[in-house]
Design a protein around this ligand. Structure first.
Ligand SMILES: Cc1cc2nc3c(=O)[nH]c(=O)nc-3n(C[C@H](O)[C@H](O)[C@H](O)COP(=O)(O)OP(=O)(O)OC[C@H]3O[C@@H](n4cnc5c(N)ncnc54)[C@H](O)[C@@H]3O)c2cc1C
Length: 353
């Protein structure tokens, strides 16, 4: 670090903010944090819904989880996590199942009542029904791991929606294993530390970046072709293909638009996340974060526009709509993996003023 007298951190997300905090506090070198967005926090940013007063995660719900005591100790200097434990359910052909696949999923799906060892043998038998010695595509690989029925129910449609192509056209190496739990454990993450910041991610990021040596430049698009002085260290936390000025090609980043709505119902789905695994229903995933406020009568939902329309249509048969949020609340998501390709509905109970 000695040769540098200035640091530019590109991106004020989780990585950029933590790097800026560490450099500013540890080395004393002034750090400029640039972000092309109008806010810090990257995809973890949360803000207050102007209509309901509810704090929501603008780019989809983010649950903080780690098993690393050092990381936990570090973030605890800037935020406290609540006691939320993430669980996910999936709706398939009108029934709700636990995800990842566990003993409850197996027993409910097959209409049986197997114990752990019985279920292991049963699934091994299901796998043996398709003899796939050398899986050449994702479908064959998945069938060889969990058997065709569970694959068809819980993996096929969801994968097709995520990747926007049939799993038979995807390479087998994408999955090495599909988690099947032969217990009733339905925790999504198995980390030691897990939760959502009690005071919100906005508060967390403001605390991280609160340092007189850190200056923030929002709405600033950094380009690597920009002239950089020799004494300036650049820490780039944006997309890797952009870092190489797309010389090595463009990665297929997926984007999502979210819309928000408010439902006059206390708790629409009774859980934080509901996947829709069928390819018929045009949605991937719904979120409802644990409320920071108990017993509130209204729900804030977040989803992509076609999904929110179809789901709200259903909901409104039973509940009365309240005020819709303005379109400026549309958000987009950058990133890979299931999260970025999922459809999100995030419901939080409303704290009425
Ligand atoms: C829908 C969704 C849900 C997720 N849920 C979870 C979860 O529950 N738990 C979990 O641990 N992780 C979750 N993740 C992953 C998590 O979002 C990322 O791991 C984390 O946000 C990565 O932080 P980052 O700082 O690397 O990137 P980002 O948060 O993407 O921050 C990068 C920042 O860089 C800025 N930037 C990029 N290029 C430039 C440029 N040229 N000039 C200026 N600024 C630039 C961007 O505007 C952005 O603000 C989820 C991701 C998504 C998409």
């Amino acid at each position: 670090m000695k040769k540098y007298t200035k640091v530019f951190v590109v991106g004020a997300g989780m990585v950029g903010s933590a790097v800026a905090e560490r450099i500013a506090n540890d080395s004393g070198i002034p750090v400029t944090v640039l972000d092309k967005r109008a806010h810090i926090g990257g995809n973890c940013w949360s803000e207050i819904c102007p209509v309901t007063g509810i704090e929501y995660h603008k780019y989809g719900s983010h649950i903080f989880h780690t098993s690393d005591a050092v990381v936990y100790e570090y973030i605890s200097k800037f935020m406290s996590l609540n006691s939320y434990r993430h669980t996910v359910y999936t709706t398939y052909q009108g029934r709700v199942y636990s995800m990842p696949i566990n003993l409850d999923t197996i027993n409910t799906y097959y209409g049986v009542n197997l114990g752990s060892e019985e279920a292991r043998k049963f699934i091994a038998g299901e796998i043996d029904r398709d003899t796939i010695a050398d899986p050449q595509n994702l479908e064959d690989k998945a069938v060889s791991l969990i058997g065709r029925p569970l694959y068809e129910a819980f993996i096929k449609g969801y994968t097709q929606k995520q990747w926007e192509c049939p799993p038979r056209e995807l390479p087998a190496y994408i999955i090495t294993r599909l988690p099947v739990r032969y217990s009733y454990n339905n925790r999504y993450f198995s980390d030691t530390y897990e939760g959502v910041p009690v005071e919100g991610y906005a508060h967390f990021f403001h605390s991280l970046l609160k340092n007189y040596r850190i200056s923030l430049c929002l709405n600033t698009n950094f380009s690597l072709s920009d002239e950089i002085e020799d004494d300036t260290l650049i820490v780039f936390t944006g997309p890797i293909d952009e870092y190489f000025s797309h010389r090595l090609g463009r990665l297929e980043w997926r984007t999502l638009d979210f819309e928000y709505d408010i439902l006059d119902t206390q708790d629409y789905q009774g859980t934080a996340v509901m996947n829709y695994s069928s390819i018929i229903i045009q949605s991937g995933r719904q979120f409802r974060l644990p409320s920071f406020v108990e017993n509130t009568p209204v729900t804030l939902v977040l989803a992509t526009p076609p999904i929110i329309r179809s789901i709200l249509k259903k909901i409104r048969r039973y509940t009365k709509p309240t005020e819709s949020l303005p379109l400026h609340n549309k958000a987009w998501c950058l990133g890979g993996g299931s999260a970025a390709t999922s459809i999100l509905i995030w419901m939080m109970q409303l704290k009425l003023l």
